[in-house]
Design a protein around this ligand. Structure first.
Ligand code: ATP
Ligand code: MG
Length: 448
């Protein structure tokens, strides 16, 4: 595909000759001043390079550069300048212009400069994409766990990997739905294509619609330019619709049509757009119930759940906890530059007996806090105390009571003491904690 160049010069002859000369290798646009240039860039999203005169009546080159950067930071700007204005050309480069050429133009040099600019841009884009990939890999890629439920999920992902089937991911908050969506995409036929995410609950209905499907110029007040939606951006890849349970009815209709026919129109548009996009959606809501309450279309529901992956809450796969804790310890030890080698058995006991209403996200917060608070090279019950106490306070202030770590710990300790007839040495031994820890705990609870 040819790259597009916008040539900006108030001198008509230069403008036209350059356009003519470059038109063999590039798509060319021309503008006679800064304002016209800005309009051009807004209307033609394919423009990658601006070749502009520096000194122009009205808006000068530096001002134009600023405007270009506001519109699209990826556009490369090259200035043309006479000897008398080289100083401002240098200033322009300092502000982010790619290069400058002196007038009269040396056409060979012009060609090389443009070619280099394009190569450079491609490299930069690749670099950003790679970095993005690496970041995503670090954050997730791997679903940690060896419980049967996790193995089943991995098997399911393997089975859908060679298809483009629509996938619905269900599960409580913090269980790893987004992680599963990531893994499905990066193990699919379209892994090299884009992975675009949209949170359906974060935006107002109108905004969400144009975010998803794009809009035409003039579609509504403020729609000054055509804008592509996420469906178009996801062409050749995956669109992840998070919190799908919050999708407003009007958009449910449009999504249903897309799932049936792979096509849609931009908001305010009549042109039908066809794209090739795999849909993964996720929610922590009970969609069946929403369907029963007429808040979610049943035909859409069936289209979305061609393959359903249910991510179980952490409390139903406690055998994964030690692995997860190890993994999280490694991550946070590194991020916080700590030297932590492991976790004490009594601390692990507390973690395992907690019911984790916030699932893995909560476990992550707890371990991060423990890593930060730890003094020695192991996570101890003490290093977890600040997190536990905080949870305790949160519980007291919110008034409702999901069983929390603080309570579990307190109940376990008091139960042990009762069981061993007030013999604290025995109780401490049974709990696997030191006697001093036991006394400090009792003091904390205000128990004699
Ligand atoms: N099995 C797992 N192995 C490793 N990390 C995990 C696992 N499950 C979840 N995580 C991590 O826990 C955090 C929460 O997961 P995620 O955002 O995928 O949850 P979610 O189900 O989408 O939550 P919500 O419903 O709140 O949006 C993320 O940082 C994710 O990387
Ligand atoms: Mg999520």
């Amino acid at each position: 595909m040819k790259s597009s160049i916008l040539i900006v010069d108030d001198d008509k002859t230069i403008r036209e000759q350059l356009a003519e000369y470059l038109s063999n290798d590039y798509v060319t646009y021309t503008a006679s001043n800064g304002h016209e240039a800005v309009r051009n860039i807004n209307e033609n999203s394919d423009i990658e390079i601006v070749l502009s005169d520096l000194k122009m009546p009205g808006m000068d080159g530096i001002e134009l550069l600023k405007k270009i950067q506001d519109i699209n930071r990826d556009i490369v700007t090259i200035f043309m300048t006479g000897y008398s204005t080289i100083e401002s050309a240098v200033e322009a480069m300092r502000r982010g212009a790619y290069d400058y050429l002196t007038k009269p133009l040396d056409l060979d040099k012009l060609e090389i400069t443009i070619k280099n600019a394009i190569d450079n841009k491609k490299l930069r884009a690749e670099n950003i994409m790679l970095k993005e990939r690496i970041r995503e890999k670090y954050d997730s890629v791997e679903i940690i766990g060896h419980s049967n439920k996790i193995k089943e999920i991995m098997e399911l992902i393997r089975r859908v990997s060679s298809t483009k089937a629509t996938v619905l991911v269900l599960g409580e908050s913090g269980t790893g739905k987004e992680l599963v969506a990531n893994v499905v995409h990066y193990n699919s036929l379209v892994a090299d294509g884009p992975f675009i995410k949209v949170n359906c609950s974060a935006l107002a209905e109108g905004v969400l619609e144009s975010e998803l499907f794009g809009h035409e110029k003039g579609a509504f007040t403020g729609a000054l330019y055509m804008k592509k939606g996420r469906f178009e951006l996801a062409d050749g890849g995956t669109l992840f619709l998070d919190e799908i349970g919050d999708l407003p009815p009007s958009i449910q209709v449009k999504l249903l049509r897309f799932l049936q026919e792979s096509e849609f129109e931009r908001v305010g548009g009549t042109k039908t757009i066809k794209v090739d996009v795999r849909i993964i959606s996720a929610t922590n809501k009970n969609l069946e119930q929403l369907v029963a309450e007429n808040k979610f279309r049943d035909d859409l529901f069936y289209r979305l759940k061609v393959v359903t992956i249910e991510v179980p809450p952490l409390r139903e796969r406690q055998e994964d906890i030690p692995l997860l804790v190890d993994y999280l310890l490694k991550i946070f030890t590194e991020t916080h530059h700590k030297q932590i080698k492991g976790i004490d058995p009594d601390a692990m006991k507390i973690i395992k007996s907690y019911n984790w209403p916030g699932n893995i996200r909560e476990l992550k917060n707890c371990i991060e806090s423990a890593v930060v608070m730890s003094i020695g090279d192991r996570i101890t019950v003490e290093s977890m105390t600040p997190y536990l106490t905080l949870k305790h306070r949160a519980r007291v202030s919110s008034g409702k009571s999901p069983e929390n770590l603080f309570e579990i710990e307190k109940n376990a300790i008091l139960a042990a003491i009762t069981k061993y007839g007030n013999n604290k040495v025995e109780a401490a031994k049974a709990l696997g904690i030191g006697l001093t820890t036991l006394y400090r705990k009792l003091e904390q609870y205000g128990v004699e």
